[in-house]
Design a protein around this ligand. Sequence first.
Ligand code: SF4
Length: 216
Amino acid sequence: MYIGFAPRAGRISGHQLRRVADLAEKFGDSRIRLTTQQKMVVCDIRPADVDPIVSELHAEDLRVEASAFRRGTMACTGIEFCKLALAETKMRAQWLYRELEERLPDFNEDIRINVNGCPNSCARFQVADIGLMGAVMSRGDGTKVDGFLVYLGGRIGEGLTFGRKAKSVRVYGEELVPYVETLLRRYMQSRNGHRNFSDYVNSLSDEALTAFAAQP
Ligand code: SF4
């Protein structure tokens, strides 16, 4: 068997990494893989050891049965360590998925939310259901703050397509949670039988997409 789990939007501590290595050695053949979605996989687990290793991982807050938001949120390095960054990403992505878990507890379908600190797109905003591209924004008093431009409906795999830019939308970083929550609530209320967020968004005309993506 193999066990996949979700760190916190790509963040994991040294202590946790050592623990994962110990568990891979104890329950498997010491093989670990990293995924392109910032998740980790421990390979070669004996079936009888699945439950024990899942419990041990959960004790480290490494979630095997993670929420849709924790599974689907990834973030680039952002302003903490990247000299090209315009926006904070990693802590904000963790804040985002935790808040969405609280605010939309019944939402349980795959959704990709990719948070990027600048247009270089290391976390690929173009192929996310909700792609966020970091930008510098100005408040009314001229103060500079970080925020995000929004791309919707991107997808890889079957039906691959780039996300469509939400025209005139610029979201302040501190307003990211209520904005994404609003998008998801609008989607749930008006999806009209569409299979997923990307299908729904790509069924909208340009005019309807602008209305859908408008800031509340
Ligand atoms: S997308 Fe921009 S901010 Fe994020 S890691 Fe890449 S270069 Fe840095």
